[in-house]
Structures are given as structure tokens and as C-alpha cells.
Ligand binder design. Structure first.
Ligand code: SAM
Ligand code: SF4
Ligand code: SF4
Length: 340
């Protein structure tokens, strides 16, 4: 049975964060020198995740995305994919990864039943990658993208967060790189989410500016019809190359937001900007039945009023959502805990 919130938005899409750890330190997500991690015993087992997914599916969720932190750091992730792939209610099982460990894992994940890969790629320049992520792994990411392409799974996507003064001069090169791999690149506006402690509006490159830059390189892009709930607006160039833009900062899409996030320790967030989530781990481990858990979820979703990014846009003065000491006090505020 499909549940709808106060703005008539269905609960359809669940992002499952399988770890809060990461092997990169992207400047827009984890710029701090130190982090407080979720306690290991709190992390949900794959069986616990699968049980919760069944409850979500009973309320209308038919698409899941594995994320993190870096999901490929979670050992035997292909076993979770196989558990999820066995659920007929799920029509989509996707993965968002930074790609560093993907060369080894792409084929086993595809064999386990994964349907789609989304790989983050912010730059094609080794020096910029090093500056942006504090690691030297661009070659491994590109090998990971090639391994994902070699699985033959459809709908390969590359996600790029655009930061003024860092990678905003590379948009055309990234479009060309994706085209060579038959992938679609999506440019994401820099968001002021928890964790983005260095965020400022002057480093945001807006959708309009991205379109102008791409237009200068390839000629004008034609907008494609939207598919309703997808965050990316898609565009087509004269040679049929398509690309997407996720304008979460300057043109948020809260009105059609059907997604929610489950942290690796079982907190359920109905908005990326929500101050806190609903703890599902405690009732789950206390033996709550599927019906009891479904009641908790239904009550929370039917009362949902979240429009986090729209509220941020309306705020007169805008700066980072949370300060480093607040993030250390509550790591659930972090984007790398919530799952992007
Ligand atoms: N580690 C994986 C990765 O990077 O693909 C998955 C988790 S990461 C939190 C998911 C997505 O969040 C990535 O595509 C990343 O680019 C995006 N993200 C993180 N911080 C962001 C920010 N401040 N603004 C926009 N996107 C952000
Ligand atoms: Fe970068 Fe993803 Fe890691 Fe955040 S979680 S630091 S976006 S790789
Ligand atoms: Fe959905 Fe919240 Fe993001 Fe708006 S800010 S699109 S309501 S998750």
C-alpha cells in the first residue's frame, strides 16, 4: 500500500547507507581533519537491512540505492545486493560509489543482481583530484568506471559536484569523457548540507552558468522531458549526447521528493536537511514485528512536511548548515552518514 505525505508525495525511493566510512575526503563533503564514526556494533547487518527493506516495500518503496560513506568499503556488499535482488517488489537496485574500489567489485556486484552504477567523478586532472579528495586515486576511479561499463549494465551515470575555482573549467571535458564511455554525466550544484563546512554561495556554480559553459563548448542544449520524481533535469546536445543537471541549491525539487534515507545504524531520515531521523534500529533489535515497524514508518511519512532545500533557498543569509563541533557531537548530521 502506497503512503503519501502531507504534500501528496509517495514514499518510493530509499537510499541505504551501508557505512559512514570513506576512503576519500572530498572538500565538499568531508573537509575536516578528524571525524567521529558510528559505533561498529550499531551498524545494521545485511539481514537487518533486508528486513527493513521489506517493511519499506510494503509501504510503496520500489527503488533502492546503496550509498554511504563509501559503500564499497562494506565487506561482501555483493551479498546484500543478492538479498535485495531476490525481492520482487524492488524494480531498481542502484549503487552510488566514488569508484576507487570498483575495478575489483563491479563484476561481482553485477552478477549479484545490481541494476545500475552511479560513479562520482569530479575531475579528469590528477592534481585537481588530489586537491579535492586528499587522495591520489584518480586512475583507480577511471579503472572503476571502465569496469562498470564492461559489465554491460545499462544507464551508467557519472556524478560531478561543481565547485567554482576547482573543476568548473572541466565541464566540457567531462561531457566528452562520459560520451566516450556511453555514460551520462550529471552536474550537481554544491549544496550546503551537513558536512559541507566550507560551503559558501560564491563557490556554487548555478544550473544557468553550467548550461552557458556547456553551450559555449558544444552549442545550445535542448531540454528533455522530465520523468517526474528524478532530481536531474536532462539536456541533449546537437550530436545526441545527453547530460543532467541537479540544481539542488538554486532550484530545489522538494515538491516531488519521494526519497528517504536510512543510515548504516538504522536512523531513517525523511529529508537530507532534517535535524534528526527516526531510530529504527532500537525497535528492530527489540523484536518489533513488520506490522509494528510499518506503523512507525507510516505515521512518520504521513506527517512529513519536509522541504529542506526550499527552506534553505528562502533563508535570507545562507552559510554551512552545521559547524564542525555540532557534527562531532552528532555524526548523524553528516552527509557521509546520511548517504547522498
Ligand atoms: N561515496 C560515494 C560517492 O561519493 O559517490 C557515495 C556517498 S556520497 C555522500 C553521495 C553523493 O553525495 C556524491 O555524488 C557526492 O558527490 C554528493 N555530495 C556530497 N556532498 C555534497 C555537497 N556538499 N553538495 C552536493 N553533493 C554532495
Ligand atoms: Fe567524497 Fe562520497 Fe566520501 Fe563524501 S562519501 S567524501 S562524497 S567519496
Ligand atoms: Fe527531498 Fe529534503 Fe532534498 Fe527537498 S531537501 S529534495 S525534501 S531530501
Amino acid at each position: 500500500m502506497i503512503v503519501r505525505d502531507t504534500l501528496d508525495r509517495p514514499l518510493a525511493n530509499l537510499r541505504l547507507s551501508v557505512t559512514d566510512r570513506c576512503n576519500l575526503r572530498c572538500a565538499y563533503c568531508m573537509p575536516e581533519p578528524e571525524y567521529v564514526w558510528l559505533p561498529q556494533p550499531d551498524l545494521l547487518s545485511f539481514e537487518e537491512i533486508a528486513k527493513l527493506v521489506d517493511v519499506f516495500a510494503s509501504l510503496g518503496v520500489d527503488r533502492v540505492r546503496l550509498t554511504g560513506g563509501e559503500p564499497l568499503l562494506r565487506r561482501d556488499l555483493d551479498r546484500l545486493v543478492a538479498l535485495l535482488a531476490a525481492k520482487p517488489a524492488l524494480r531498481d537496485i542502484a549503487l552510488t560509489t566514488n569508484g576507487v574500489l570498483l575495478a575489483e567489485q563491479a563484476a561481482p556486484l553485477a552478477r549479484a543482481g545490481l541494476k545500475r552504477f552511479t560513479i562520482s567523478l569530479d575531475t579528469l586532472r590528477a592534481d585537481v583530484f588530489r586537491e579535492l579528495t586528499r587522495r591520489d586515486d584518480l586512475a583507480r576511479v577511471i579503472a572503476g568506471i571502465d569496469a562498470a561499463a564492461a559489465t554491460g549494465l545499462p544507464d551508467l551515470k557519472l556524478d560531478c559536484v561543481v565547485l567554482r575555482g576547482t573543476n568548473d573549467g572541466e565541464l566540457a571535458d567531462l561531457v566528452a569523457f562520459a560520451r566516450e564511455r556511453r555514460a551520462e554525466i550529471r552536474f550537481i550544484e554544491y549544496m550546503d548540507v551537513g558536512g559541507a563546512t566550507r560551503w559558501s554561495m560564491d563557490r556554487v556554480v548555478s544550473r544557468a552558468e553550467m548550461l552557458a559553459r556547456i553551450g559555449r563548448a558544444f552549442g545550445p542544449a535542448e531540454p528533455l522531458p522530465s520523468d517526474g520524481s528524478a532530481p536531474a533535469e536532462r539536456w541533449r546536445l546537437a550530436d545526441d549526447t545527453t547530460f543532467g543537471i541537479i540544481a539542488s541549491t538554486t532550484a530545489p525539487f522538494c515538491a516531488s521528493c519521494d526519497r528517504a534515507r536510512l543510515t548504516a545504524d538504522g536512523h531513517w531520515l525523511t529529508c537530507l536537511y532534517a535535524p534528526a531521523g527516526l531510530d529504527l534500529r532500537t525497535p528492530l533489535r527489540a523484536g518489533a514485528s513488520a506490522d509494528e515497524l510499518a506503523r512507525l514508518l507510516r505515521a512518520r511519512w504521513t506527517a512529513r512536511t519536509d522541504r529542506g532545500a526550499e527552506e534553505r533557498l528562502a533563508a535570507a543569509r545562507r552559510s554551512a548548515l552545521a559547524q564542525p563541533d555540532e557534527l562531532r557531537a552528532d555524526p548523524h548530521l553528516e552527509m557521509h552518514t546520511r548517504g547522498g
